[in-house]
Write a protein that binds this ligand. Structure first.
Ligand code: UN1
Length: 490
């Protein structure tokens, strides 16, 4: 049965005014799973009008009450976890256990941000004049536009929606065209939780409709997660309109393994960070920087472990690695594996498509990679790991820091001095010690340096920075014209 997805605007499920639709394909079977509206700028216009109208009232709902709706979202998500995870696996391919983890991140975020309804701290500070009081508080911005990827089709949108909503904004969400069905199922949770009509609007479609959202003057904030190429375009066009933009883009994350590391632990962590979600996480490990003394031992162990991984349809029990999201992603992985071979790297494991239907590729390990090869520098977004051997901690850190991205990094060592030097010197937004590069928790800032972002962070309380403005308030209860009003300060 093919699901018919609709847009959700002003609290109603509607078709696009374009009358067009597109298919959402199950990447494991290549069958059509759902149709969704191929929306246009008229749909964005309708969503902006709905969001603007809803914002007028939503901003006045006390934040603790807004937080309570988020708690209900969390509870409904808990009940729906299995169903939503199953739709996600069918729609974008990640294995069921990972899909459950994806939904769980949204549950965690809903409880966390629900709590912000009673925190969302501002502050007071002493002021210069007698009988005068000063305070600063966070205010919603208005209508926010969210553009999200397919690789975390519930978790990543939740990082944007939940802080937006608790802060009192109205939201227009344009999910990836790979995951409209999962998106609509997620929006239904908010509807059931009692979110007023127009506060959250869903508009599905391809890049053009995202562009219309970015361009609309009624949308004051754009929060984007996706490719560096698209994110840069979003940033440029939103800047011309004076909008606030939060960007989360590419990665080329590395794990460093020192020769004193617990190698068994390191090999397990590398395997899941590199091949989990078929390497399609912004936080995935795509480089292994290993100290020369243990390099061949680690490569052998990784190849042996990769051989045991069960690749297949993620809905089936025991499958550990699902397909890539689509043909284009598969082509890109094939292209990079060819580039790696041409550059002189050695395929230690994998290096080919899997047989049969579905966009499957074998977990792939490249040895003898040098730091200047393209496979050591460019984001592949697939199950391909490149191993670079180095002589020292200093060299490892240098190699880690020289790529254009800076999301996540990790070091395996039993030496506390090396660990703390790495914490100090690894120039990524997230650093792990004796843990893979994936698995960030929602209560800490999430985001990267350099080409990964634009200095904003998601998750944690920092998430509110993207979706609020500060208002500073001075209350003068002296009953007099005080000097500060005349000459500020003498
Ligand atoms: C992403 O790949 O965009 O840390 C998000 C992790 C997950 C989130 C990844 N919690 O791997």
């Amino acid at each position: 049965m093919v699901e018919q997805v609709k847009n959700y605007i002003a609290g109603r499920w509607v078709d696009s005014q374009s009358g067009e639709r597109f298919n959402s394909i199950n990447p494991a079977t290549e069958e059509v799973l759902a149709f969704a509206p191929d929306s246009n700028s008229q749909d964005i216009e309708a969503a902006v009008q709905a969001a603007k109208a809803a914002f007028k009232e939503w901003r006045l709902v006390p934040a603790p009450r807004r937080g309570e709706i988020l708690y209900r979202v969390a509870q409904i998500l808990e009940q729906r976890k299995e169903a939503l995870s199953s739709v996600m696996t069918q729609e974008m391919g990640k294995v069921l256990t990972e899909a459950r983890g994806d939904v769980q991140e949204a549950i965690d975020m809903a409880y966390f941000m629900g709590g912000e309804g009673r925190r969302m701290h501002g502050y007071t500070a002493p002021v210069e004049m007698p009988n005068k009081f000063g305070m600063a508080l966070r205010e919603p911005v208005g209508v926010v536009g969210l553009i999200t990827p397919w690789n975390f089709p519930v978790a990543v949108p939740s990082w944007k929606m939940l802080p937006s909503l608790v802060a009192g904004n109205a939201v227009i969400w344009k999910p990836s065209e790979e995951t409209p069905y999962t998106a609509a199922e997620f929006v239904k949770v908010f509807e059931e939780a009692g979110l007023p009509a127009g506060v959250l609007n869903l508009v599905t479609g391809a890049g053009a409709v995202g562009g219309a959202l970015v361009q609309h003057p009624g949308v004051r904030v754009i929060s984007f997660t996706g490719s560096t190429e698209t994110g840069t375009k979003v940033y440029t066009s939103a800047a011309a309109l004076g909008k606030k933009v939060a960007l989360e883009m590419g990665g080329k994350n590395a794990i460093i393994v020192m020769d004193d590391a617990n190698l068994e632990l390191a090999v397990q962590a590398i395997t899941w960070s590199a091949y989990g979600t078929t390497g399609q996480r912004c936080t995935a490990t795509s480089r292994l920087i290993v100290q020369r003394g243990v390099a061949s031992q680690v490569i052998e162990a990784l190849a042996a472990k990769a051989e045991t991984l069960k690749v297949g349809y993620g809905i089936e029990n025991g499958v550990e690695v699902g397909p890539l999201v689509n043909q284009k992603a598969l082509d890109k992985v094939e292209k990079y594996v060819a580039i790696g071979r041409d550059e002189g790297a050695r395929v230690a494991f994998g290096g080919a498509r899997a047989e049969g239907r579905g966009y499957f590729y074998q977990p792939t390990l490249f040895a003898d990679v040098s730091r200047d090869m393209r496979i050591a520098r460019e984001e592949i977004f697939g199950p391909v790991l490149s191993v670079i051997a180095v002589d020292s901690l200093e060299a490892a850190i240098e190699v880690n820091n020289e790529v254009i991205y800076g999301l996540s990094s990790s070091i395996f060592t039993e030496n506390v001095n090396a660990a703390f030097r790495a914490i100090r010197d690894l120039s990524t937004g997230i650093v792990y010690i004796n843990h893979g590069t994936t698995g960030a928790e929602i209560q800490f800032p999430f985001g990267g340096t350099r080409g990964t972002g634009n200095g904003m962070r998601e998750a944690g309380q920092t998430a509110l920075d993207s979706f609020t403005e500060w208002k500073s308030i001075y209350v003068d209860y002296s009953g007099q014209l005080q000097r500060a009003q005349i000459d500020n300060r003498e």
